[in-house]
Design a protein around this ligand. Sequence first.
Ligand code: G1P
Length: 292
Amino acid sequence: MQIRKAVFPVAGLGTRFLPATKASAKEILPVVDKPLVQYAVKEAIAAGAEEMVFITSHTKNSIMDHFDRDYELESVLEADGKQELLTAVKDVLPDGINCVYIRQAEQKGLGHAIRCALPAVGDQDFTVILADDLIANGFQPVTAQMHRVYQGYGTSVVAVQRVPESETHKYGIVQAREIEPGVSEIEKIVEKPDPSEAPSNLAVVGRYILSPRIFRLLDKTGFGAGGEIQLTDAIHTLMSEQTVLAYEFEGVRYDCGSKLGYLQANVEMGLHHPEIGDEFRNYLKDFASNLD
Ligand code: G1P
């Protein structure tokens, strides 16, 4: 039961980063030296996916360009003997990995975006990665961790983590019954509840492994929280037919849909960068010692 297809909903407007995202996709914003969406694709490939399905919009051509070969650039780097850069450019999309782009003509929410993936995914289980949620590896990339759980139970899996109780209105929140350390069966899932109504503080993070049954359920899902068609609501219906698991992953998540989370990701990933990590650490120490 290997999952071959990964879906990346990347059609959102990225208004929180305007004006930076006026003419280019928010998923192309770099964390140190790689665009957010490249981390997401790398994570899918590390878990064994071979087909990348992007749900995109007319303002997101830069994503298509990024995952295309650039023969002119490659031959210039080759002629200049810049082997490392050439490898970095070629590694953006390794051989054997295929990209499919589907336009989401109207922005009707995450559930609607996922429904758009049906023609490319068909009748097989698939993974969903929200590139905004950048997750630095624990013992292995989070999608690969989830595949391990999926392989054990053969059912849908949603990544979760604890959040402060005051922040439940930003997430899908689950109530779940633990069946082994880190793995629980979801009993209830609700999109962005007010802290006074949240069933717990266990929040959905942007990683899912889903049964294709979700497409039919999304067809019947009306507008929910925020006036959008919510994936969370379709998962709630799926739970009445199949077990859906919550998996508390290992790794650090950065909310790169917010300015603060994006800056934190840059600082922390910068500190671990092989080329500039040490120099950056020294700079930060020096800088921090002068802060009031
Ligand atoms: C989406 C989902 C939400 C989930 C969140 C994780 O919300 O609808 O359930 O908790 O991603 O990042 P969004 O952040 O797109 O509003």
